[in-house]
Design a protein around this ligand. Sequence first.
Ligand code: GLC
Length: 469
Amino acid sequence: MKVLFAVWELVPFFQVGGLGDVAKSLPKKLHEQGVDVRVILPFYKALKLHKQQKKEVKKFNIIYDGGKQKVVIYQISFLDEKIPVYIIKNEKWLDVPTRDTFAFYNLCVYEILKNNYLDWLPDVVHCQDYHTGLIPLLIKHNNLKFKTLLTIHNLNHQGKSSLDVIKRMGLDHSKCRVIQWETKKKQINFLLEGIIHADLVNAVSPSYAKEIFTEEYGSGLDEIIRNEGQKISGILNGIDYDSRDPIHDKNINFHYSVDQSPIEGKHLNKKFLQEKLGFTVSDQIPLIGFIGRFESKQKGLDIMHKMIRRVNLQKFQFVILGQGEVEWEDQFLWLASFYKKNVAYISVFDRRIASQIYAGADFLLVPSKFEPCGLIQMIAMRYGTLPIARATGGLKDSIIDGVDGFLFKKYSSFDLETKMKHAVEIWKNDKKQINEMILAAMKKDFTWDKSAREYIKLYNKLCNPSAIF
Ligand code: GLC
């Protein structure tokens, strides 16, 4: 099985969110399970090659915006060169991500496949999110034989952009049903095109795959999703067990594992973190973390902020790590400056502090309004930190309330507060139960093995549609 994994971010070269982690760990597991997988992404100016050697694979021209554009494909080493990664260079359109970047990049992938510039052709092109949404359309409308799978990591990001982009790509949109439908609005929606034209579609958790059929979670695409329903399924992401491991993590000071002093290890990391943040060092006060992009539509910043403002702060310590929307950064800065002993806000994402929070906190808040999968709850659980999360999407699929974490149903600061206080009650009065929960969380299997097998099933289904799997 040969798979081209098309994506726009990849750890450690360029990362914006969880997708960057998935782009690293899923291909790694697919490769281990026998798939010839290769990754392709744009070569932005901001891409950090970390002294990796790049070798030129091919130079070619494409027509974009009516003119000839030079494109160079480089190959870089990734995971000991077992998995080829191709990065595509064009200074004018690919250096800095814009809508044109993705249109241009999608056109490049299509040209590469059509002309076999890699001297290697995949069976399946596996596209990730809206950034690669036009690849299925280009393949289908030009009758190339490759099968396509689109994975939706977040339906809320759709890549709506002006129809001019289509013109610049040289696409004839009269052939195209959805573009015609969108023409009235003079816009193109990359994700919608991907959903319509991909042979199969999946979301990053089974629950989210169901939720997006509803108006509440459908982000305006629910009708389309219901029409395309039979080709949509859900596969839960995993996490990278090599890099997310409290026994080896270089960013923490006290190492532990489920078999090697987990409770003591957490205790020492908590003390370290309390000192570092300038909090009172005490094991009587619960230390509660939050790690995430500051994206108010998704991440539940409003209910978390309301809840923190309302509770008696003497009884809790909160550490919040995240950056994004400036107004929310300001709100949390303000809170932290008033309650220095009990609220810390770190606005610059730093992997070291993130690890220290995973290891040192007692609980991690994940109050998301919607969450396609969510990786932080899984990482936290591997570090023995119990998530207090909203029962939605991948959170619901990865946490069992009262067993290895806590779930609250309604999107409300009151429900979050009630659940958090309930968790803290148990933490204070029933150490036996809490310790059992910590161990259950740490033992939970979030490896990519199972998910990679499910992706392989989808690839097989695409290539042998009549076979029964
Ligand atoms: C997006 C989603 C998140 C998911 C990640 C990786 O960032 O918001 O829920 O875990 O993609 O699939």
